[in-house]
Each structure stands twice: as structure tokens, then as C-alpha cells.
Design a protein around this ligand. Structure first.
Ligand code: ADP
Ligand SMILES: O=P(O)(O)O[C@H]1O[C@H](CO)[C@@H](O[C@H]2O[C@H](CO)[C@@H](O)[C@H](O)[C@H]2O)[C@H](O)[C@H]1O
Length: 482
């Protein structure tokens, strides 16, 4: 038997391992070709650490994924979860190769390199101006379901390693740095980042002049509560209120105040924080008046998405006519519109409640959008609509996943879900407008169109990624379009 050349066998191992990774975006189809775009040795010896950018060709397009590859002759049991395979190589990588995010002994070097602003081959490690970085902390991956991989270092830092790489600066880094410069109080402090020199990967089709962002090191908000979990706790309390079920929703201000875990005041504060971040984004990146044709083009794209998703997900079809009518109404009334940088994928899972207030995370935009789309200016009420959708999700999540409840219970809980959503939507909008954002009530048709567009996006997202969640957006669509 001939032993394949070591480089070849590494590529083969990677091609077998990649499709099984949570963060791999190309699960819909086969990998046509995989090659190693850049390979940089960060630590030599045993164990060794290599940084790889994998160029993955699928269906005519190339995506680039980042991997920290560990190599050890003997693999301790604690690292087996990340095992990719074994190499008999002669190319400097020998022994067991594995995803090194699990190896604290190796990932500690990331902090040291960032603290010292080291350059290794095409990789440049950066420290944010005016900060120091501790180098004595061990990293471990967070358990959360996420599109990237984040390591927590002690109680101090969270380092997000972007898995699918954007061709230039990642909007998450770009926006966080810009907001830091504005003194924005609603983001975690940026401590450092890692980037790849422009032009270092020849397999990059759309590379720009900017360095490619590989990782972002931020302050870890250890005691913060995730917005989605916080909201769900409130919905549970709301459902469990002793007022007799079936007599209508608990909804007077007094009843709401008495309800354990009422979320209204939090929703209002979140609205205010959102408006403040929008103001800082406008200050950092500017605001332009987009001509009416820009909104008409946006509506064209909304209709296109509606057609595509209706074709793929039959459950959407009964609502398509009502949705199209709302889109067309907005297009017909289109005038010049102020646009600016926004969050782009705003929902309760992107906000944390700290002792000091709400903090916004993950300015990368919707994962399915192109890099160009994710950095494009938009109307700030798009973010407002995203969060309104999220209140709908939180309100209906427990019910949609409950299965068959007796009809009277189900109707009574639906009424409460509706009341919860309405109360928190209104509180969020009030907080947003009071803090200086464009009043959602004064732009009701636009907000409604953005909400429908987001709902259509969500239906595709759930059908593709979490089919058991599909009833959640469908239930709220039935109400919105009904
Ligand atoms: N600075 C932070 N402090 C505490 N937890 C954080 C911080 N940043 C992110 N997280 C947690 O990590 C999760 C994933 O982060 P996120 O930036 O949304 O990653 P992804 O882009 O991979 O979805 C968040 O939902 C949050 O729970
Ligand atoms: O957080 P990501 O950038 O990965 O965003 C994607 O995944 C989200 C789910 O994790 C998805 O959000 C949808 O589900 C949320 C509850 O899990 C809900 O709060 C949001 O309102 C709903 O859109 C998001 O759409 C998707 O881009």
C-alpha cells in the first residue's frame, strides 16, 4: 500500500471532518474541492499549533474557513472530542491532528501574541489602543450554539474565532471599534483582534485591500443574562399567573406590574439602548438620504425573497398575498429615506442584560447575506422590526413547542402570549422613540414591511437550520397577516 503524501492526507482528513462541524455553512451540498489556502505555524514542537485557512469549493463558489490545528504524537483523552485524524506526515505535521480550540495549552498563545502585537507570517495579532491584555488565562470554548467558535479566557475575555471568513474586515470588529471610539456604553470593551494580511491567500476570489478579520477579543460579561432566556422566563411567569385562564389576557398596567417577571420596563430600556447605539452608529459612519428608488429596490428584493421562500416552504404560501400587499404599499409610497449602518440581525439572542444595562453583541449581520449586503446602510427601523419579531418569537416559543394542548388552555395561553408580545413591543417602541430614534408608530407601514421581510427570512432560516422551530414564526405570521 502506498502512503499518500502527508499534505494530501491532511486535506482528505479535513474534507471528511468539516461537514460534521456545527459552524460549517455548506451542509446543503457536497464539497467539490478543498485546499489549504494559508498555513501558518504558530507554535512549533509537540504539541504544535498551526493556523489554517481552508478554501472550500462548493457549487461553483469558494468559501474560506478558519481552523486552529493542533498536532500531538499522543492525544490526551480531554482532546479527543476535537480529533480530526492521524497523520504519518513528512511535512512537519505528524501524529494526531485536532481542532485546537479545546487545547488551553495552545490557545493561551493567542493572548500572548495579541498582548505583544506579534506578527507570525501573514497573521497580525493586534491589541486595542489603550488596553492591556492578561496572558495568564486559559481558554475554553463556550457551549452555546453559535455560528462561530468563542473561547472564554478566565472571567476576563471572550475571543470569537470567525469560522467562515469575510473577504475583508469583519463588520463585527469594524462596528465594535467604531462604537468604542464614540464612547458607546452598550457594547463590551474591545481588547484585541487577529487579522490576515490582504493578498496572502491567492485562492480568495473577492479579496479587498483590507486585512481579513480572523478573531475578536472582547471583555467577557460574566454575570450578564442572555436577553432571549430573560424574556422566556418572563413569558413562563406570565403564563403561570393565577388569574383565571380563559377570561382574557392579563394586561392592565396594574396586573402587568403585579405579574412576576414582567418584562415591560426591560423592553423599554432595551428600546432606549437600541436608539443610543443607532445614534452612535450614525455619528461613526454617517447618515445618507437614499432616493426613493433605493426603497423600491429593497422592496423588489423582499418580493424576490418571498417568492423563493414560498417555493421552498409551502406553509408560507397562504400568507404570501397579504405580505406582498404590504410590500407594495410601501413601494408605492416610497420617498427619500435616511439610511445608516445598523445591527443587521437584531434579536433577543444578541443582547445581554448586565447590572449597568443592555449590551448589544454580534454586529455581523444576517449570516446568509453577502459581505457587501451586511455592511450596507439600511433604515434603523429594520433593527426595530427585528426586535419586534423577537418578542413575537419569545411569546410563542413555549406554545409552539408544547404540542397538543386542550383547546381552551391553548386559546387562553395564546391570548396571554399575544398580550405579552403586545406589551413588550409597545414598551420597546416607546423606549426607542423617547431616546431619540425615529418613532415606529409614525412609520407603521415601513415597520410592518420590515417585520414581514424578517418573518420570511426566519421561515427560511428555520426550515433550513431548525425545522422543529418552523411553527414559531408561522404562528406569529398567522396573527400578523390575519
Ligand atoms: N462579551 C460577552 N460576554 C458574555 N457573553 C458573551 C459575550 N459575547 C458573546 N457572548 C455569548 O456568546 C454567544 C455567542 O456570541 P455571538 O457573538 O452572538 O456569536 P455568533 O456570531 O457565533 O453567533 C452570545 O449569545 C452570548 O451568550
Ligand atoms: O444569532 P445569529 O447571528 O446566528 O442569527 C441567526 O440565528 C438566530 C437563532 O439563533 C435567528 O433568530 C431567530 O431565533 C431567535 C430565537 O432563537 C429569535 O429571538 C429571533 O427573533 C429569530 O429571528 C436569526 O434570525 C438568524 O439570523
Amino acid at each position: 500500500m502506498t502512503v499518500p503524501p502527508p499534505d494530501h492526507s491532511l486535506v482528505r482528513l479535513l474534507a471528511g471532518w468539516l461537514p460534521g462541524q456545527r459552524w460549517f455553512g455548506g451542509k446543503d451540498g457536497p464539497i467539490d474541492e478543498l485546499s489549504i489556502g494559508t498555513a501558518t505555524e504558530l507554535i512549533a514542537g509537540d504539541p504544535a499549533l498551526h493556523h489554517l485557512v481552508l478554501d472550500v469549493r462548493q457549487d461553483g463558489a469558494i468559501d474560506h474557513y478558519q481552523l486552529l490545528l493542533g498536532a500531538r504524537r499522543e492525544l490526551p483523552e480531554r482532546l479527543e472530542a476535537g480529533l480530526i485524524g492521524r497523520l504519518t506526515g513528512e511535512d512537519g505535521i505528524t501524529g494526531h491532528v485536532y481542532d485546537a480550540v479545546h487545547d488551553a495549552e495552545l490557545t493561551r498563545a493567542l493572548l500572548t501574541y495579541m498582548a505583544n502585537e506579534t506578527q507570525v507570517g501573514p497573521l497580525q495579532f493586534r491589541r486595542a489602543p489603550g488596553t492591556g491584555i492578561r496572558t495568564d488565562l486559559d481558554g475554553s470554548p463556550i457551549g452555546a450554539e453559535q455560528s462561530n467558535t468563542s473561547l472564554i479566557f478566565g472571567d476576563s475575555y471572550i475571543c470569537k474565532l470567525f469560522r467562515r471568513l469575510s473577504p475583508d474586515v469583519n463588520p463585527d470588529l469594524e462596528v465594535n471599534l467604531a462604537l468604542s471610539r464614540e464612547g458607546c456604553a452598550h457594547i463590551p470593551a474591545v481588547h484585541g483582534w487577529i487579522e490576515l494580511e490582504p493578498g496572502s491567500n491567492t485562492g480568495w476570489e473577492a479579496a479587498g485591500d483590507e486585512p481579513v478579520t480572523l478573531a475578536l477579543l472582547s471583555e467577557y460579561l460574566r454575570t450578564a443574562t442572555d436577553g432571549w432566556q430573560f424574556a422566556l422566563t418572563s413569558v413562563r411567569d406570565w403564563f403561570a399567573q393565577p388569574a383565571p385562564l380563559g377570561t382574557g389576557p392579563v394586561f392592565t398596567a396594574e396586573e402587568a406590574a403585579a405579574a412576576g417577571g414582567d418584562f415591560g420596563a426591560e423592553a423599554e430600556r432595551l428600546g432606549a439602548a437600541t436608539a443610543q447605539v443607532h445614534r452612535d452608529l450614525a455619528a461613526a459612519f454617517g447618515v445618507t438620504q437614499a432616493p426613493a428608488s433605493v426603497l423600491r429596490d429593497a422592496v423588489f428584493a423582499m418580493n424576490e425573497q418571498l417568492d423563493q421562500v414560498s417555493a421552498a416552504v409551502p406553509e408560507l404560501r397562504p400568507y404570501a398575498g397579504a405580505i406582498r400587499a404590504v410590500f407594495d404599499e410601501v413601494a408605492a409610497a416610497a420617498g427619500p429615506l435616511p439610511v445608516q449602518r445598523v445591527h443587521g440581525d437584531y434579536h433577543l439572542g444578541q443582547v445581554l442584560r448586565t447590572d449597568a444595562g443592555w449590551v448589544l453583541l454580534d454586529f455581523e449581520g444576517e449570516p446568509a447575506r453577502t459581505h457587501h449586503e451586511r455592511r450596507a446602510p439600511a433604515h434603523p427601523l429594520r433593527d426595530v422590526a427585528g426586535m419586534l419579531r423577537s418578542f413575537e418569537y419569545a411569546a410563542r416559543f413555549l406554545l409552539a413547542r408544547e404540542g397538543d394542548l386542550p383547546q381552551d388552555t391553548s386559546e387562553a395561553l395564546e391570548a396571554r402570549a399575544q398580550a405579552w408580545a403586545e406589551r413588550n413591543r409597545a414598551a420597546f417602541c416607546a423606549g426607542y422613540a423617547a431616546a431619540g430614534g425615529p418613532d415606529p408608530a409614525a412609520h407603521a407601514a415601513l415597520v410592518r414591511a420590515f417585520e414581514f421581510d424578517k418573518a420570511v427570512y426566519e421561515i427560511r432560516y428555520e426550515a433550513r437550520n431548525r425545522p422543529s422551530w418552523l411553527p414559531v414564526p408561522l404562528r406569529s405570521l398567522a396573527r400578523l397577516a390575519g
